[in-house]
Design a binder for this molecule. Structure first.
Ligand SMILES: Cc1ncc(COP(=O)(O)O)c(C=O)c1O
Length: 391
């Protein structure tokens, strides 16, 4: 395999883990936005928000600086604060739980299901206490979790549901998009995500109260947009009702988002094909478990995660190293939260986290990006299969 441009300038890499796709059109969109006089809090943001709310069929979309700030503002908009408990999956990126800590509340780590790797509704039930105020399900790797069961639990117990959709751009059940099942949905446009604004995020909701709260607190708590302030004649005449932050999404990132989002469904289709090809070639390999099949559009195929079980001749860690030696970048998503120093101190769990800890020893994310070539996938597949032949 020929070496490919690597994020860390390693010439030995032939199959990177992800490749961000910034096209000629994206560059034109960025340049046009750079030529504007208004560089933040402007028309491109409004256009991007409108496109996103239309795509996800939600009443409001609020652009923010990243998904972590989206989660923080969403929790605060739901009234989560000191003394409250918020249930999160143990197998997720740290931001899901650190957003809870930033609000003064305690993350409660719940276990995941072995087949979907998503938050287990039974573990959620075992994690409920009088202090529970919200649940943050993550649509892990892009696959929608058992969201209807989680909504049922929330209704029975008067809880808020904040969906972490960082992996789930375009994931839906039928026509209903990830992020529209609960009270609020939070998306990430980080460079590895299904489309990127480099840094960036979006909140979606059908609640005017959540929309108004997050719109003002992303911008210092100011109750008016720049446009409203200047068109009113007295730009300094605004009120502050809440202490806010600077979590704005600027015009350049919004313009990039508008341009990238046009290709989201096409990108996701290519991801789906690449995932299906991996599965067709790896599902019969002894010691490897491929991801569960997904129906309809319920999966954005953000990550392709296999399990290296004890029937495989070498461990996950050794396979990771062997693949890297052959120029293939893979990764592990994620080290479970309960194993981090911060969450040992600041989080709690009322359930055994058996599955997330078991999965952690076995999971391996294979290279996945819309433009991955069959020859690149075959190289990954053959390198894995060759390991069996050696034993
Ligand atoms: C599940 C999950 N939640 C939240 C985040 C945070 O996103 P951001 O980097 O946009 O703040 C990420 C980022 O990777 C993520 O994977």
């Amino acid at each position: 395999m020929k070496s490919k441009k690597d994020a860390f300038n390693d010439n030995s890499i032939s199959v990177p883990f992800v490749i961000p796709m910034i096209t000629k059109e994206d560059k034109i969109a960025i340049n046009n936005a750079l030529n504007s006089v208004l560089l933040t809090d402007g028309p491109k943001l409004i256009e991007f928000e409108e496109m996103f709310s239309k795509y996800t069929n939600s009443s409001f979309a609020i652009g923010v600086s990243n998904a972590t700030s989206a989660l923080m503002l969403s929790l605060k908009s739901c009234g989560i604060g000191k003394g409250d408990e918020v249930i999160v999956p143990d197998l997720t990126f740290v931001a899901t739980a650190s957003a809870v800590i930033h609000c003064g509340a305690t993350p409660i780590l719940a276990d995941v299901e072995e087949d979907t790797m998503n938050l287990d509704p039974l573990s959620v039930r075992r994690s409920l206490t009088k202090k529970t105020k919200a649940i943050i399900p993550v649509h892990f790797a892009g696959k929608i979790c058992k969201i209807r069961e989680i909504i049922k639990i929330s209704k029975e117990n008067d809880l808020k549901v904040i969906e972490d959709c960082a992996h789930a751009l375009g994931s839906r059940i039928g026509k209903k998009h990830a992020g529209t099942f609960g009270d609020v949905g939070c998306f990430s446009f980080y460079p590895t995500k299904n489309f990127t604004t480099i840094e960036g995020g979006m909140i979606i909701t059908n609640s005017k109260q959540i929309s108004d709260y997050t719109k003002s607190t992303r911008n210092h708590g100011i109750t008016k947009t720049l446009n409203n302030r200047f068109s009113s004649g007295k730009p300094w005449e605004y009120d502050i009702e809440e202490s806010g932050f600077n979590f704005r999404l600027d015009e350049i990132r919004s313009a990039l988002g508008l341009s990238q989002m046009k290709r989201l469904d096409k990108f996701n289709d290519l991801r789906k094909k690449a995932s299906e090809y991996y599965t067709s070639q790896l599902s019969n390999v002894k010691g490897i478990t491929t991801p569960m099949d997904s129906k309809n559009n319920e999966n954005s195929f953000h990550l392709y995660i296999i399990r290296i079980t004890k029937d495989f001749p070498i461990s996950r860690d050794i396979l990771f190293k062997k693949l890297l030696d052959k120029g293939i970048r893979t990764s592990v998503h994620y080290k479970p939260l309960n194993q981090f120093s911060l969450f040992k101190k600041m989080a709690k769990s009322y359930d055994k986290l058996k599955i997330s800890n078991l999965l952690y020893d076995e999971i391996l994310s294979l290279p996945m990006y819309p433009t991955i070539k069959k020859s690149e996938q075959n190289y990954v597949i053959d390198t894995i299969k060759n390991e069996i032949k050696k034993y």
